[in-house]
Design a protein around this ligand. Structure first.
Ligand SMILES: O=P(O)(O)OC[C@H]1O[C@H](O)[C@H](O)[C@@H](O)[C@@H]1O
Length: 280
């Protein structure tokens, strides 16, 4: 099995380039096991990646799929979204169209998260799909708390042209712009006219992002992740690693173990989750 090719990227960071025999492709940095590009078999880029992204610790790359682990957002004692997205992974195995990257805790990570674990993240690209799986084994003698998310930034023609169908009619969500106040969505479609930052707890396992201008539909299927976060920051506020106006060109749909967590992974237990993205 050919080992995946390591290619130099910005700021001395290395990435793996994946190619499917039927045309799709993807790129995954060792920094954060971070997927930064997914192209369909038509060669169209499907992920947003900021022109001002920073490719070195302690920043996560702004775009693609930041890996939130072992915490989601501020829901715990660790840094926002946990440390995995700012950690250096190693290639564990791979092929032309798939790579598995590995992270074990360093002394530094143990300072805030005193657990022995082995984290494996696998990314596989198909002609019009990308599959990402996270597996974590608790190798310590006590339970380890876990929150996580695949924090995917999808490229859109303009935020005015899109909606996210969350798969159920009139669900409630926790509104992060209002202190996680419980709020009800009218209908099943999230549209964007202002900052939207919501945790749909116990969301259906299939969500859709529809771009009515391009006619493109992205389907997000989640396994093992009870929640879904939908986010657009609206406006050029507070993000030094986002260029002016870039907020109009992405929507985040994030399969997550967020407000339904953290869970406790028991000693010796391996916990896993998956997202399958497809474009039509
Ligand atoms: O800037 P970051 O740490 O990557 O967080 C970016 C965003 O992530 C999630 O979508 C949260 O729901 C938002 O509240 C947060 O602003």
């Amino acid at each position: 099995m050919a080992a995946p090719k390591l290619v130099d990227g910005p700021e001395g960071q290395q990435k793996v380039v994946l190619k499917s025999s039927s045309g799709g492709s993807a790129e995954v940095f060792l920094h954060g096991a971070h997927v930064t590009s997914w192209k369909s078999n038509k060669g169209e880029e499907l992920f947003f990646l900021s022109k001002k992204a920073i490719y070195a610790p302690p920043k996560a790359i702004r775009g693609g799929i930041p890996l939130c682990f072992p915490q989601f957002g501020p829901l715990g004692k660790l840094q926002q979204h946990g440390f995995a997205r700012n950690s250096e992974f190693e290639v564990s195995r791979g092929s032309e169209d798939s790579v598995t990257m590995s992270l074990r805790p360093t002394t530094d990570l143990h300072r805030t998260y005193p657990h022995e674990f082995h984290l494996l993240v696998t990314v596989k690209v198909g002609s019009d799909s990308l599959t990402q799986t996270l597996e974590v084994k608790n190798e310590s003698s006590e339970a380890m708390p876990l929150g996580t998310a695949f924090h995917t930034y999808f490229l859109v023609s303009d935020v005015d042209n899109v909606y996210v169908d969350v798969g159920s009619d009139g669900p409630t969500y926790l509104d992060n712009t209002k202190g996680r106040a419980e709020t009800q969505l009218s209908g099943s479609k999230v549209k964007f006219q202002q900052e939207f930052d919501a945790i749909f707890q116990g969301a259906p396992d299939s969500l859709k992002l529809v771009d009515e201008k391009t006619g493109r539909t992205i389907t997000v299927k989640k396994e093992g992740l009870p929640d879904a976060v939908v986010w657009n920051p609206w406006g050029d506020k507070q993000f030094a690693d986002m260029a002016e106006g870039e907020y109009r060109t992405f929507v985040c749909v994030e399969p997550a173990l967020a407000a339904s967590g953290p869970i406790q992974v028991q000693p010796g237990e391996t916990w896993s989750c998956t997202q399958v993205l497809s474009v039509s």
